[in-house]
Design a protein. Sequence first.
Length: 512
Amino acid sequence: MNLIPILITVVTGLVMLAVGIAVGNYVTRTQAEKKRLEEATKAKSILQDATDRAAKVELDARDRALKIVQSAENDLTQRRNELNRETERLDRRRAELDGRVEKLEQREQTLNKRQSTIDRRANEVEKVHEEQMEKLRQIAEMTQEEARKILLDEVEKDARNDMARIIRQIEAEAREEGEKRARNLIADAIQRVASEHVSEVTSAVVTLPNEEMKGRIVGRNGRNIRAFEQAAGVDVIVDDTPESVTISCFDSVRREIARRALTRLTLDGRIHPAHIEKVIEDETKAVEKVMAEAGEQAAFDAGVAGLHPELLKMMGRLKYRTSYGQNQLAHAVEVAKLGGILAAELGANVEIAKAGAFLHDIGKAMDHNQEGTHAALGAEFCKRYGVHPLVVNAIAAHHHEVEQETVEAVIAEAADAISGARPGARREDLEAYIKRIRTLEEMATSFEGVSQAFAIQAGREVRIIVRPEEIDDLASTRLARDIAKKIEETMQYPGQIKVTVIRETRAVDYAK
């Protein structure tokens, strides 16, 4: 019985001893792990510090190398600029010397001409002196009446010569003054009109809300698109252009009706043959109303009154007609304003001039449906509706197809030319623009030593890359001048064209 407490005490002690040993081992391992982590962190910090120092050294080396390269490039650029300035100075000096030589040659020629003139006049004076002496001998043998008659004949002859000279001088002054006044008159007319209608191109592209609408426009077996084309008289082109279809038709009015109708159908969503015909019929009436209103508004803007409604409706068709990008209805209003200003300045009939100028292109609204020129068709159409005969003549004669009978017809033609030729009135034809750009590049590449040529900035600059082994810096300057001179002699262009010659030398080597 006494052994049990002793055993319990022994067991408890052993357990406590085991626990203490376990706790000691755990604490020892924890401290060892912590020490290992601290040493690893310290090693990582030392490694990062070394890496940062190496990167900084590398950046410093790169900066020094870059500064050396930039310094070398700056020196090279400075020397090249100095060489260019020296070349320009030599060219100017050469040009001055050439100019002096040319002036000396001209002065020598002038002196020679003066000497020959002096010799000729001396001979003439001697001849006249001999003639006068002969006349004096004859007069000494004449009666008083005979001498008076000869004297009067000589005075009359001199007076007629002076009169002819004065007449020629007055005619020259009148012609010069007339040209100056005409230029001022045209410039004043253009400035006073100052039309805002520069150019307008009728669009024939209909934007769709989504790609699925193309299938609905075509319809089952193509019945919807056939019905639309037959009712509208146009061709509908459905291609790969995203979310759009193209309407093609020579008649701009039918094209506009089809565009409005197709836009309305795509917004409505009900696309079937019966509804297509109804929409096209409604849009036809709407476009006719728009054209009538446009014709009336244009006549009001132009200040032309008393025209027949059919004439106004036909003029309204020009709202959808363009020529070289210039809207023809806006062109008609502008020509009428110019014609009125010119007629007022010249003292002509303003009303006749404005009416002829306003209606001069009315034939363009019908020339695709009938045979004949637009001037003849327009004159015949206006004559049918009681337009004044002088206005009809101005319409028919504005392209010299018939003789111009009045000054108002000439004014209408001049106003038409001013409106079409003023800056910004018409766009350059794409084909002509491409041809001009191509000609510019081909002309540049035709010179020896040129590698490539590129026309940029809409043809206002041509950049030429030369082969550096064939063209040096001095030759580059001469080449730019020669190309610019050839462009001036062989091409027609607005403004000026900048010629830039680029010469680049590259040295390449490999480190092995």
